[in-house]
Design a protein around this ligand. Structure first.
Ligand SMILES: [Zn+2]
Length: 290
């Protein structure tokens, strides 16, 4: 029979054992948590901690170079992080060390800038009865934007209404948001009315943009207008772009034959479908090169 004293000593031993085990488990848990979540450091003078994954979200506070962050999840090349003083928010992963992913492998992770050509005082080319190119570029870009958003992609438009936007501001937006793709929409015009027809896909930086041009252009083979193919085009909006960029001329607005298509919602919807299909192929098939 145990004495009362040895019973107390035994209970004491159990308690010590329990405390040691608890410390051990908590230690492992902390270490696992720390090593499970990626640690990054701010690599630029100053960045914003935002309420959502994009430049359009409100900034909650500022972070400075050297601030350490724990990455909790990611979306669209943005990180949801915890700061050292327990603030939570989103930061652009390209401002961090180590940098976030450079590429995306599916459309729903992509950031896409759509550029409806012309706008405001710049009407673009005219049809035989003076209908303006700027009207149809915006209609088309809005159709593409709606489809892309439905598929989960992040979409920015260089304009959403009939307003003037400088040429320089268009690629600047793509550069600011580190777009995975930039698409400028236009309708062609030939020196003489009714002298040309068809659609053309332009790129400027071959290595950066040709595969995007190819993926999109391939989809245009079944359109009601002839596919004139892919060509090099020296246009500022794709030339000053640091990201994969194409400019699409989706028919000749001063051709009566082409304009009959351009003004129809059905044609614009077909083009929008093709562009989205092309982007989808581009991101899934060429995830190593985009
Ligand atoms: Zn144009």
């Amino acid at each position: 029979m145990r004495s009362k004293r040895s019973k107390i000593a035994h209970q004491h031993q159990n308690l010590v054992f329990l405390i040691i085990i608890t410390f051990f488990l908590v230690g492992i848990l902390c270490w696992r948590t720390y090593s499970y979540f990626k640690q990054v450091e701010v690599n630029v003078a100053q960045i914003q901690l935002r309420q959502g994954p994009g430049i359009e979200y409100h900034a909650k506070s500022q972070l400075k170079r050297g601030d350490r962050l724990t990455v909790l999840r990611e979306k669209y090349r943005w990180y949801y992080v915890r700061t050292a003083n327990n603030k939570f928010g989103w930061v652009a992963s390209w401002n961090l060390n180590p940098q976030g992913p450079q590429t995306v492998s599916k459309l729903s992770d992509a950031t896409i800038v759509l550029d409806p050509g012309h706008g405001g005082s710049d009407s673009g080319a005219l049809s035989a009865n003076d209908k303006m190119e700027k009207t149809y570029t915006l209609k088309l870009a809005k159709k593409v934007a709606a489809q892309l958003r439905q598929k989960g992609a992040k979409v920015y438009l260089t304009r959403t209404s009939d307003k003037f936007v400088s040429l320089a501001a268009r690629p600047a937006l793509a550069n600011e948001v580190h777009a995975n793709a930039f698409i400028s929409f236009h309708f062609d015009s030939s020196p003489q009315q009714n002298s040309a027809s068809g659609v053309t896909t332009y790129y400027y930086h071959h290595q950066l943009s040709y595969s995007l041009a190819h993926a999109i252009n391939q989809q245009f083979n079944n359109l009601s207008l002839k596919n004139r193919g892919i060509d090099f085009g020296n246009f500022e909006v794709i030339r000053d772009n640091d990201y994969p960029a194409v400019l699409l001329e989706m028919g000749y607005i001063n051709s009566d034959h082409d304009f009959a298509e351009i003004k129809s919602n059905q044609y614009l919807a077909e083009v929008a479908n093709d562009v989205v299909k092309g982007l989808n192929t581009y991101f899934t098939a060429s995830s190593s090169t985009n």
